[in-house]
Design a protein. Structure first.
Length: 202
C-alpha cells in the first residue's frame, strides 16, 4: 500500500529509501510528508520539498500571454516579461507582485500590498487603475478590471460598449475578452457585459 502517495508502495512505508534520498535526513523520504522527489517546491517554508538539494528555490507559479508578449510570475513575486515591447507592455516595474494578467498590448499586476500597477498601451486609460486594493486584476484589449476582496468588480479603460460596467454582483472569478467581460457568480451562474454583436454576452 502506498500510504504516503509518493508513487512507491510496500510493507515498510516508513523505511523506504525513495530515489536515493535516505530515511532520516529530514526530506526526500517517507518520514517527511512535505518532502519527496514528486513534491512541488514551496517558497519560504525552509524545506527542500522536491528533494533536489536546494531549499526554497524560485520557480514560476503563474503565466499569461498577450498578443506579442509573454509573462511569468515567480514563486518569490518577481514578474518577468519577454517578447514584443513596442508599447512597453513587457517593461515590468521593479516591484513584488502576487498576481498579474497580460492584455493585448498592456499588462496589469497586483503588488504585495494589494495595490495595482499597469503598464503598456494606455490610449483609453486601460493602464490607469484606480488607487484601490484588489485581490486580482484582469486585462483585455482596451480595458482592465479588478476584483475586490468581497468579489465585486471595478473596470477602467474604453467603455464604448459597456465593457467597463460590470453587474453589481459578487464573482468568484472574472475574465476579459476584446470588448467584453464575464464572471462566475457565487451561485454558479455566468454573467457577461460589454459588446454583444456575436451574442458573447448572452
Amino acid at each position: 500500500m502506498d500510504s504516503d502517495g509518493e508513487g512507491v508502495g510496500g510493507e515498510n512505508e516508513a523505511e523506504e529509501d525513495v530515489g536515493g534520498w535516505p530515511v532520516g535526513e529530514g526530506d526526500g523520504d517517507d518520514l517527511e510528508d512535505q518532502g519527496n522527489p514528486l513534491a512541488t517546491e514551496i517558497c519560504d517554508d525552509g524545506i527542500d520539498n522536491d528533494c533536489d538539494g536546494t531549499v526554497d528555490e524560485d520557480g514560476y507559479v503563474q503565466m499569461d500571454i498577450g498578443r506579442d508578449h509573454s509573462c511569468g510570475l515567480t514563486c518569490l513575486g518577481e514578474l518577468i516579461c519577454w517578447g514584443g515591447n513596442g508599447e512597453d507592455q513587457a517593461a515590468v516595474p521593479p516591484e513584488t507582485y502576487t498576481q498579474f494578467e497580460a492584455g493585448k498590448f498592456h499588462t496589469c499586476a497586483v503588488r504585495a500590498d494589494e495595490t495595482t500597477d499597469c503598464w503598456g498601451r494606455n490610449l483609453n486609460g486601460q493602464s490607469d487603475p484606480p488607487q484601490e486594493t484588489f485581490r486580482a486584476v484582469r486585462a483585455g484589449f482596451s480595458h482592465s478590471c479588478g476584483e475586490y476582496a468581497d468579489g465585486t468588480v471595478a473596470c477602467w479603460g474604453m467603455n464604448t460598449w459597456g465593457q467597463c460596467d460590470p453587474p453589481e454582483d459578487v464573482f468568484t472569478h472574472t475574465s476579459l475578452g476584446h470588448w467584453h467581460g464575464c464572471g462566475v457568480t457565487l451561485d454558479g451562474y455566468v454573467l457577461c457585459w460589454g459588446k454583444n454583436d456575436y451574442s458573447q454576452c448572452e
